[in-house]
Design a protein around this ligand. Structure first.
Ligand SMILES: NCC(=O)N[C@@H](Cc1c[nH]cn1)C(=O)O
Ligand SMILES: [Zn+2]
Ligand SMILES: [Zn+2]
Length: 495
């Protein structure tokens, strides 16, 4: 039975790696300039009127891949997006490939080119679409989620080509532009292009962050997401609260009561049955938590909270990674600008989502949520109209860390960062991870390069220059390692 001979994994860069790392160091300003050009495109997938920017961003990325000599296809997505009941076309998805050597393994990298909304007025120190460097940190929307890591992959592959070095593996790229909205249309696209994955052996995603500001990590699980709209309508149009307040059942009264029924002050979800299918924690799983380097004070300082809901490292990680959580995101239709507008909104939509985990089932979650909200609403004897809909349905993902690509990534991290990674899960959702496994049956690994304090989705999102540059190095080293491991040169046979 072949086993990995870990003792042979060196942390000293090979001659090829030294040449590659030197090239990356010498070209770091060019790489930062490319990131600046990418960040300048407001490729926001949440606001429908900005959809054209995503297509522009897709074309820029396609050009970068073509410049490497890749064969690039822009695939139209057959399904339509339906925000607010309007049909809107979806941006194309990039399928690209470099190398077709049947003797080499094929690694496919997935990334996304869209970003979360950002406005300077939200509390950014700098313009979110002007990459700005301060103290070695590159601030800008998408810097870490996910334009920086996508470019780090392109820079890693580009370095082999610039140095006239043979790529150690065949490389494919799948880059999409709707991830932040829940990867609309991607499932259909994967099904329509199964042939693209026929020779792919490993799929890598670099769309999350480490658990620490300094210590690298590899990720083996993410939660899913079931996002809901709960809409209450009380009248045909907004009303003067002096003329009508006190005589009608206001939509906001109902909505606030509904939202308040979802979760208690300890963070426990109050929807009956929601915890029934959550997988039990095994001893083997608990053993993975012990060596993790989790710094409470650093984590609190990164986000500016006084305390967490839980007191121990284990409880925090269990509740972040493998227990469900419910968050309330906002209310559409309610006045939220500065000042006070003395109006009764006619229709309000509460938005919340449940990060679900193995072995929760999405249709079950959907009916539990709908039943619960209907029950709470019926007790209020309100004449208003209630509509509940599930807007995003993304499944959780969990990997086998014994897979060869985890060993290759661990070795690459050891070479570039001179330490072993934390083996972590992530509370957020990358919808495509589980889609890939379900549709292509290929194994997926998450290989983050961003630090815990990068502020994904938040104000002042950033990536450290060092992480971005070392990201290119560690990805290049990974390609060399996977090729070595694959060819068996580092495999040991035991009887
Ligand atoms: N970096 C990954 C990420 O932020 N993913 C989004 C995806 C999503 C889930 N529901 C809607 N979008 C996330 O919020 O986890
Ligand atoms: Zn992302
Ligand atoms: Zn994101």
């Amino acid at each position: 039975m072949p086993l990995l001979d870990v003792s042979k994994s060196s942390s000293h860069p090979s001659d090829d790696e030294q040449k590659i790392f030197q090239y990356i160091d010498h070209h770091q300003d060019t790489f930062v300039q490319s990131l600046s050009e990418w960040v300048a495109v407001e490729s926001d997938s949440i606001q429908p009127h900005l959809r054209g920017n995503i297509t522009e961003m897709v074309k820029i990325a396609a050009n970068s891949l073509q410049a490497l000599g890749a064969t690039v296809e822009l695939k139209n997505v057959s399904s339509q997006d339906e925000p607010y009941g309007q049909n809107l076309s979806l941006p194309p998805v990039i399928l690209a490939e470099l190398g077709k050597d049947t003797a080499k393994p094929t690694v496919c990298f997935y990334g996304h080119l869209d970003v979360m909304p950002a406005k300077k007025e939200d509390g950014w120190k700098t313009d979110p679409y002007t990459l700005t460097e301060m103290d070695g940190k590159l601030y800008g929307r998408g810097a870490t989620d996910n334009k920086g890591p996508v470019l780090a992959w392109i820079n890693a592959v580009g370095t082999f080509i610039a140095l006239n070095m043979t790529l150690p593996v065949n490389v494919k790229f799948l880059l999409e532009g709707m991830e932040e909205a829940g990867s609309h249309g991607l499932e259909d696209l994967l099904k329509e292009n199964e042939g693209f994955f026929s020779d792919v052996m490993y799929i890598v995603i670099s769309d999350n962050i480490w658990l620490s500001n300094k210590k690298p990590a590899l990720t083996y699980g993410t939660r899913g997401n079931a996002a809901f709209f709960v809409e209450v309508e009380c009248c045909k149009k907004d009303l003067h609260s002096g003329s009508f307040g006190g005589i009608i059942h206001e939509a906001m009264f109902d909505l606030v009561a509904l939202l308040d029924s979802l979760v208690d002050s300890s963070g426990r979800i109050l929807i009956p049955g929601i915890y029934d299918d959550v997988a039990n924690v095994t001893n083997e799983e608990m053993k993975l938590y012990a060596p993790i380097d989790f710094n409470f004070e650093e984590h609190k300082a990164n986000i500016g909270v006084k305390e967490f809901l839980y007191k121990t490292k284990e409880d925090i990680l269990l509740n972040l990674w493998r227990n469900p959580s419910l968050s309330i995101h906002g209310i559409e239709g309610a006045f939220s600008e500065p000042g006070i507008k003395t109006v009764i909104p006619s229709k309000v939509i509460g938005k919340f989502s449940i990060r679900q985990v193995p072995n929760m089932n999405l249709p079950t979650v959907e009916s539990q949520v709908k039943e619960h909200l209907k029950r709470v609403f019926s007790k209020r004897n309100s004449p208003n109209k209630l509509t509940v809909s599930m807007q995003v349905a993304a499944k959780p993902w969990i990997a086998n860390i014994k897979n060869l690509q985890y060993e290759a990534a661990r070795r690459a991290i050891k070479t570039v960062f001179q330490q072993d990674p934390d083996m972590i899960r992530d509370g957020s959702t990358i919808p495509v991870a589980r889609m890939f496994e379900d549709i292509t049956k290929k194994s997926v690994m998450m290989f983050p390069i961003g630090a815990a304090d990068d502020g994904e989705h938040s104000q002042n999102e950033k990536i450290n220059r060092l992480n971005y540059i070392n990201g290119a190095k560690v990805f290049a080293s990974f390609l060399l390692e996977i090729s070595k491991l694959h060819s068996g040169s580092n495999l040991m046979t035991t009887s």
